[in-house]
Design a protein around this ligand. Structure first.
Ligand code: GNR
Ligand code: NI
Length: 188
């Protein structure tokens, strides 16, 4: 198993539409395991493969609370086959938009079809936090972020904040590299 770096906005890869998995083989299972390890480490309750820069339709979720037994679920090619008319509101966050939380309204209950770790087709009916998390993750597979479901004013505000932070980070990195070159003792 391996921990993978999580990419954040404004990284353009988060807008990619991920490709379906053709076969749940050992490589896919290894990816699912790496994603679970990365998700637990973060910590988060869900992770889509694109968040570790892999544009495949794979999701992992564990909504068990602290102190409860772990309940990891891995999904390949998840699809919502039914959603309820009644909605629920959760305060959502995203590991790709650190430390930003906002209320999002989504269908309260869904039915999803997916392939499990063994490649077997399954259906799951979800409500509560699991329904919200699964919809949040399936959005990631389509390049959609939870901030796309909030007001434009709020979305633009948080987007600009992360663009600015990314620019500062790039400048700091370039500066450190220049300093490194200038101070390195020359040979010959
Ligand atoms: O850890 C996460 N918590 C969360 C809370 C409410 C609704 C959705 C989520 S998913 C998020 C992890 C994440 O970014 N998954 O893509
Ligand atoms: Ni997310």
């Amino acid at each position: 198993m391996a921990l993978k770096p999580i990419i954040c906005i404004p990284d353009a890869r988060l807008r990619l539409v991920s490709a379906p998995v053709e076969r749940v083989d050992d490589d896919v299972r290894r990816l699912m395991d790496d994603m679970l390890e990365t998700m637990y480490d973060a910590p988060g309750i869900g992770l889509a493969a694109i968040q570790i820069a892999v544009p495949k339709r794979i999701v992992v979720i564990d909504t068990a609370r602290e102190g409860e037994p772990k309940n990891p679920i891995a999904f390949a090619n998840p699809e919502i086959v039914w959603s309820s008319a009644d909605k629920s509101v959760y305060q959502e966050g995203c590991l790709s938009i650190p430390e930003y939380y906002e209320d999002v309204e989504r269908p309260a209950r869904i039915r999803a079809r997916y392939l499990d770790r063994e490649g077997k087709s399954r259906e799951i009916e979800a409500d509560g936090l699991l329904a919200t998390a699964l919809q949040h993750e399936i959005d990631h597979l389509n390049g959609v972020l939870f901030i796309d479901h909030i007001s434009r004013l709020k979305r633009e505000r948080v987007w600009k904040k992360f663009v600015k932070a990314a620019k500062h980070e790039a400048e700091d990195k370039a500066h450190a590299e220049r300093a490194e070159r200038a101070e390195r003792p020359r040979i010959g």
